[in-house]
Design a protein around this ligand. Sequence first.
Ligand code: FHN
Length: 487
Amino acid sequence: MKKIISILLLCGLFAGTLAAQNTRRTSVPLQHGAHRLGPRTDAYMQKWREHGLGQFIHWGVYAIPGGHWNGETYRGAAEWIRSWNKMPKADYDQLYKQFNPKNFNAKQWARQAKEMGAKYMIITTKHHDGFCLWPSKYTDYTIANTPYKKDIIKELVEAYNAEGIDVTLYFSIIDWNHKGYRSAAPKTEADKAAYEEFKQFTRNQLMELLTNYPTVNGLWFDGSWDRAWIEQAPWVDELEGELRAFRPGLIIGSRFRADDHGKRHYDSNGDLIGDYDQTWERNMPETLKELNGVDWDCVMTIPENQWGYHSDWSLTYVKQPYELIEMLVKAVSLNGNLVLNFGPDGNGNIRPEEAHIAKEIGTWMQVNSEAVYGCKNSPWEKQGWGYYTQKGDNRLYLTVFNQPLNNKVRVKVPKCADDKKIVIVEKAWFLADKKAAVVKNGGRDKYGNVYYDIDSPVFKTGSPYVIVLEVREVDKDKKDEYQQAIM
Ligand code: FHN
């Protein structure tokens, strides 16, 4: 039996979470709610869960204006510039005729992502403007009709897969280019007929994507908040079934469909729709409790809210690698994946700031990725120095972001329900230099909680560092046999 898990179950630290994911909170009869209670248990999902770090890429014709039009600057998210009243839609819709990213090099992007440590990549096959980065046979508004002509999705899937990186396809349900697309629920017969065409078009494009790119194992939906789409819940549910049947193992998050009553992400019974929670966009959960035991990813921008290329990053707060690494470890410590967004420019260049961030994260990952890949939440109580992640039965990773002034990383040892038992540290070392760490007895507080103190000098790199602990549950009366492990 997994000892740590058993300790925690005994300690009752986990019990609430497990109960939450297996019990329906209410019982509204639903035909199109969650089709499964609790997380998926198959190998595809297990692999996804272990990724830790992903890369998001927003790329399309919006990268050409890069947030500017006619000498004026659009301060909103660059990929939304078409919705800005200072940019004529007709002009935007002609941009594809200039799309010729002469510096685009899929292999280079993939290598950079690999060096950063990304295990999966999500690419915008089509954003809200409807422009397709693949040569869809269902519309002319595609890469095939640009001067570039070549299938960018194919190039990317091949290059990333060659680096061992899984590819998920982002697909926007909103399509400003399709005549049948509606935001509000169609009322007139003409509107309804148009929307039926749009639905078929959407279905055809999705099947086309899965057919063209057989190694793709995930679809990341967006723009599914329109009333028109929400009201199609039964049809969307059927379509999801068709997609899943077509590609066994396919991973689809909570943004695709609503339930019978229009509830999104979580159905009217509070159960997750789809395979993972997609509500975490540009912000992160704080505690495991608020996650209801579900899988989740957090998609994160480097500036505040820019996904596509905006040439002027002086307009917003821009995150540092240190902050992003902290988000990564925090995500993993709460059983999620962090997906970091990149917005290449209209020529296919990854901007220097993003390249710098990728490099810094990669340098950190080279030393410390053991604390990320395949790691999950550890129920040891979080302390101010950083985050615990855990692998397997008895290995804890302590990633220290806030160096304690006294150079002592203090850990609070979980109390066992069986008070004849105690958790001891068998081995401790620093991941960076593999040197043993000295663990000292840190005494008890007035509630009887046991503490250990780990001597932790500041690392010269100035980066967050990782202490590894191997812990074991032992009988208290045999504790002295282990005293050599704790001074
Ligand atoms: O409107 C989009 C936005 O441009 C971007 O694609 C993000 C990525 O999650 N999704 C939408 C906003 O939720």
